[in-house]
Write a protein that binds this ligand. Structure first.
Ligand SMILES: [Zn+2]
Length: 130
């Protein structure tokens, strides 16, 4: 930190320049902390993948397969976002909720299809041997 008046190096703790006696302007801290641009840029993709995960969460054809993948991508992105110091607010919070709901539904359709497959397999075996 240097004096605005004479350019001399200043002692951070003092209120006046030791060289010229000019008062030292107190640096004003921003009221809102400036966010890391890296985490700020991560929020929109989280929301987009969260929306896609839930939008595809239907037991219709195999929409739930990309839905499952989108929900997982959103959750992985949330993990990286939080690891980078991002807060779960705004778009990140919305994306997290959508991805969680999407994952529940997509997992449900996956479980039902697997269960139906097993049931059909057992039925076919019984028919075969009965
Ligand atoms: Zn000075």
């Amino acid at each position: 930190m240097y004096c605005e008046h004479c350019g001399a190096a200043l002692n951070e703790a003092s209120h006046f320049c030791a060289n010229c006696g000019a008062p030292i302007a107190v640096s004003v801290k921003p009221a809102v902390p400036i966010e890391n641009p890296k985490t700020a840029a991560m929020r929109t993709p989280i929301l987009v993948f969260g929306i896609l995960g839930l939008a595809f969460a239907w037991p219709y054809f195999f929409l739930w397969i990309p839905g499952f993948i989108f929900s997982i991508i959103a959750i992985c992105k949330i993990g990286k976002y939080r690891a980078a110091g991002g807060q779960l607010t705004g778009k990140a919070k919305a994306g997290n909720i959508l991805a969680t709901i999407g994952l529940v539904f997509n997992s449900l359709w996956l479980s039902l299809i697997v269960a139906a497959g097993i049931a059909y397999g057992v039925y076919a075996l019984i028919r075969h041997f009965a």
